[in-house]
Write a protein that binds this ligand. Structure first.
Ligand SMILES: NC(=O)c1ccc[n+]([C@@H]2O[C@H](COP(=O)([O-])OP(=O)(O)OC[C@H]3O[C@@H](n4cnc5c(N)ncnc54)[C@H](OP(=O)(O)O)[C@@H]3O)[C@@H](O)[C@H]2O)c1
Length: 271
């Protein structure tokens, strides 16, 4: 699949979905601005991209440190002189349990990364894209944003917020010809899900997932929920009346909703 994009920024590019997207686009000779905290991971990714014929600019930065983050985005704007595609992808689950004395701090970290940093990324580049009347802004939310899933209070809430923000942003960008896409993955095989000790229906390999994401972006989709089996399931779950949703969740996942999902961590450490 060929691409129209020549200059792309991806946050959360050192692992998982972001890393695979970078490799896919790198193969097509695209110039990439890749942001994450882990310098060794980004450096080895840059070598792979260069060998594939792409060009990688590394942005080593913690997206939850607002001052450092905005300065890094400014650097990317200056060195790129304008991007075609910006993908706000960095995200984290966060483990909350009850009773729990770390819940507020975990929630703040999840909020800062999944919502605040994603919005800052998109708003920062929106102003340049609006002036240029060109560009595509993308947020990676999740099927977890469709309902408040058990043991996912922070994650579900921040992904729902991101989805709502992207929907609203779309209307503001339309007069300027700037596209907005909400990517809503189900379970994808990445370091994030490798830690999961729960059933993950329709788990998809990351290279298959990024091929689908790229196709959705080339088609300028407003939103893209996948795999399709998970899209069907999550729309059915969303339509369930509360008494049924609560009954099923309490029965199947009540314990996990209190103790927290096994495999999730209370710290988000760079790899
Ligand atoms: N995998 C799934 O099944 C799935 C499903 C639905 C939605 N999603 C969403 O898809 C996105 C990517 O998920 P993934 O599975 O690829 O996750 P992942 O494998 O855990 O990768 C997360 C990326 O985010 C970066 N990151 C984490 N904290 C950061 C911070 N404070 N500042 C800058 N970068 C940070 C990580 O790099 P460093 O550690 O080097 O900073 C890494 O590159 C996330 O938004 C996730 O919520 C994933």
């Amino acid at each position: 699949m060929s691409t129209k994009y020549r200059k792309i920024l991806i946050t959360g590019a050192s692992k998982g979905i972001g890393r695979q997207l970078a490799l896919d686009y790198g193969k097509q000779g695209v110039s990439l601005w890749l942001l994450a905290r882990s310098e060794p991971l980004l450096e080895s990714l840059a070598s792979e991209i260069t060998a594939l014929g792409g060009e990688a600019h590394l942005l080593i930065c913690d997206a939850t440190n607002e001052t450092e983050f905005l300065a890094t985005l400014q650097k990317a704007q200056e060195s790129s002189t304008g991007l075609d595609l910006v993908i706000a992808n960095a995200g984290w689950g966060g483990k909350m349990s009850y009773p729990g004395d770390k819940n507020i701090s975990v929630f703040n970290q999840v909020l800062d990364l999944n919502f605040r940093a994603a919005v800052q990324t998109l708003e920062f580049f929106a102003k340049f894209m609006v002036e240029a009347r060109h560009g595509h802004l993308v947020g990676v939310s999740s099927i977890a944003g469709f309902r408040g899933l058990p043991s996912s209070a922070a994650y579900s809430a921040t992904k729902a917020a991101l989805t709502t923000y992207l929907e609203s942003l779309r209307f503001s960008m339309k007069p300027f010809g700037v596209k907005v896409t909400d990517i809503r993955p189900g379970f994808i095989r990445t370091p994030m899900t490798a830690r999961n000790a729960i059933p993950m229906p329709f788990l998809m390999d990351v290279d298959v997932a990024t091929r689908k994401i790229r196709r959705a972006l080339e088609r300028r989709r407003k939103r893209f929920t996948f795999p399709w089996q998970m899209a069907v399931l999550i729309h059915l779950v969303k339509a369930l009346p509360d008494f049924l949703f609560d009954g099923i969740v309490n029965l199947a996942f009540g314990d996990m909703a209190v103790k927290g999902r096994p495999g999730k961590t209370k710290e988000n450490l760079p790899g």
